[in-house]
Design a protein. Structure first.
Length: 349
């Protein structure tokens, strides 16, 4: 019995030491619903660990007295989980939230923080979340995240019943549990706009850290801001620039290319995007600009031929960019991207 207790004690101590060593070495730390990747001292990249739907990835900037979080995630439940999970990497409270833009998967956790904590966003983010352009919970971008879930659950239910491999079956069951939980969690969402807004630029000095919040122009939306850490040469880009193909359903594709030029002009080495993985340099930005130009040209060619946006989307061939963006696996793009290009051609905003 004593041997067993001693062995258990050694395992617990070893686990603590391993966790601490991973945190100190910069390796990932998994805590609850989040995985924290240390980018440099005091800067972490929070991503989903697989235990719940969290939406966007959230850069975390730990300052002398508090932590700043870029993007409050997809639901109030996800935001609360982030606050709890942050204790694995810092004992400092969340003092600031930055909305990189207004989309639900980045800003629907705002209600957990405002009004007690400053939630910073662009003027247009506040206007959109206030409903000046329509209820964001009634728009396609949000509804497309909720309405397909019941059908997906039915499909998962059937696959779980047919699956023989225990490991794969467990994975499918986790996916189903996450989907059911998401449908419950969205019910408590109250769209909450930022309570501090910027037009072009805001600079915060928190202890020894300078934090610039910049609006570079329209791109993924008309609300995108980036967070630049000049000393660390890091930029947090939200969905203005991801390591994968960004959603284009609310975008301004032509202007996006120019806005990305302004992004590249900033002094940074490391990009922490709203989705995907941390990456270095500007090569991926160059590739995405080329991708955008190609999509615009091909979709407009189909539009001039009289094809529908849905037909145009099926014909777009961007497989040339699959080396930089591996999620491109064949001909065709998201129909929402083609519909947006048609909309702007017919009714410029």
């Amino acid at each position: 019995m004593r041997v067993g207790i001693a062995a258990l004690f050694v395992l617990i101590i070893t686990g603590w030491l391993w966790h601490d060593a991973r945190a100190q070495s910069g390796g990932p730390v998994v805590s609850g619903a989040h995985r924290f990747e240390k980018v440099v001292d005091g800067i972490y990249y929070a991503t989903a660990s697989g235990t719940m739907t969290v939406g966007s990835n959230s850069p975390v900037i730990v300052n002398d007295d508090e932590a700043m979080v870029v993007d409050s995630e997809i639901t109030p439940a996800a935001a609360r989980a982030l606050v709890a999970d942050l204790k694995a990497v810092t004992n400092k409270p969340v003092g600031y939230i930055v909305d990189s833009h207004y989309h639900y998967d980045h800003a629907f956790g705002n209600q957990v923080f405002a009004p007690a904590i400053p939630v910073i966003g662009h003027d247009n983010t506040r206007r959109r979340l206030l409903g000046e352009f329509g209820n964001v919970m009634e728009q396609y971008t949000y509804l497309n995240s909720v309405q397909p879930v019941p059908a997906r659950l039915e499909s998962l239910k059937q696959r779980i019943a047919e699956e023989k491999d225990p490991q794969q079956k467990a994975s499918l069951e986790r996916q189903a549990a996450n989907s059911r939980a998401y449908l419950e969690q969205v019910k408590e969402t109250r769209v909450t706009p930022p309570n501090v807004t910027i037009d072009k630029k805001m600079t915060l000095f928190r202890g020894g850290r300078e934090i610039q919040i910049l609006y570079l122009g329209r791109g993924h939306t008309d609300t995108d801001v980036v967070v630049l850490l000049p000393k660390e040469r890091i930029v947090c880009t939200g969905d203005l620039m991801e390591s994968q193909i960004s959603y284009m359903g609310d975008s301004f594709p032509e202007e996006w290319i120019a806005t990305l030029d302004r992004l590249k002009a900033l002094n940074f080495d490391t990009v922490m995007p709203g989705h995907g993985v941390v990456f270095k340099g500007t090569a991926k930005i160059d590739a995405f600009q080329k991708y955008l130009r190609d999509v615009i040209n091909q979709v407009n060619a189909s539009r001039k031929q009289g094809l529908s946006a849905e037909e145009a989307a099926k014909r777009v061939d961007v497989t040339a960019y699959s080396g930089e963006f591996p999620q491109i696996r064949g001909v065709g793009i998201d129909a929402a991207a083609a519909r947006r290009i048609y909309q702007l051609a017919e009714r410029p905003e």
